[in-house]
Design a protein around this ligand. Structure first.
Ligand SMILES: *[C@@H]1O[C@H](CO)[C@@H](O)[C@H](O)[C@H]1NC(C)=O
Ligand SMILES: *[C@@H]1O[C@H](CO)[C@@H](O)[C@H](O)[C@H]1NC(C)=O
Ligand SMILES: *[C@@H]1O[C@H](CO)[C@@H](O)[C@H](O)[C@H]1NC(C)=O
Ligand SMILES: *[C@@H]1O[C@H](CO)[C@@H](O)[C@H](O)[C@H]1NC(C)=O
Length: 192
């Protein structure tokens, strides 16, 4: 192939990179100062989320959503698996499970997240952590699109709604809701 033949492809590539730069909307919040790996490992119930369309599409049938965080086998550098599990449409629906990989932790509480080798990598940050709750923000600026999700997670499926509301406001206060999306509660009733 000659350079002239390649030129249109190069132009498209440059163009899409510029579009991606201009529309870049991910924020880089600091991880929670409370963060420890031991504090984040284990089972979390998804209480609710604020999510862009791209991610919402993948999870649109989900109810009873949980995430199970564990260290990757024999890893002590912070590499984790995050098994996202939910039921299709109803509590007795089939399992829709997807394993995310959290790697390159730096600083503690902030990783790169992968689902499949070909899927865009996202920044994944635990912005709040105490013994009962976690708030996680993930975001990717890829292919000219920004997709983000703010997950409110709790150790029980039916946590205190006042605390949940204050965590939603906390995330909002960090300026993470760039696309002005609404908070959606995850259905957990009848699941457990
Ligand atoms: C993890 O470490 C244990 C003990 O050193 C070893 O027996 C095991 O094969 C290792 N597993 C993997 C997947 O590397
Ligand atoms: C999905 O994940 C849940 C929770 O970790 C587990 O109990 C279930 O067996 C998994 N189901 C499938 C089909 O992988
Ligand atoms: C750390 O945890 C405490 C409760 O255990 C909570 O009040 C505080 O807001 C947390 N701080 C951060 C930065 O998450
Ligand atoms: C996100 O932003 C919009 C517009 O500012 C606001 O109406 C909405 O309540 C925000 N969502 C959350 C969950 O705070």
């Amino acid at each position: 192939m000659t350079f002239t033949n390649l030129l249109p492809f190069l132009l498209i590539l440059v163009y899409s990179e510029v579009v991606a730069l201009v529309h870049r909307k991910c924020i880089s919040p600091s991880p929670s100062s409370n963060f420890t790996l031991d504090g984040y490992y284990g089972l979390w119930f998804e209480v609710g989320k604020i999510q862009t369309f791209g991610g919402a599409l993948l999870q649109r049938h989900c109810v009873c959503t949980t995430v199970q965080v564990a260290p990757k086998t024999n890893r002590t550098n912070g590499d984790c698996t995050a098994v996202n599990s939910c039921r299709k449409l109803k509590p007795q629906g089939q399992y829709l499970n997807a394993t995310g990989y959290l790697e390159n932790m730096n600083p503690p509480g902030k990783w790169k997240q992968w689902f499949f080798v070909f899927a865009p990598e996202a920044d994944y940050t635990v912005i709040y952590l105490d013994k009962d709750f976690a708030v996680e923000y993930d975001c990717s600026d890829k292919l000219g699109m920004t997709n983000y999700c703010i997950h409110i997670l709790a150790r029980v499926p039916n946590p205190d709604p006042t605390k949940v509301q204050s965590l939603v406001e906390f995330a909002e206060g960090l300026g993470l809701n760039k696309s002005k999306l609404r908070y959606k509660e995850t259905k957990q009733r009848g699941c457990w």
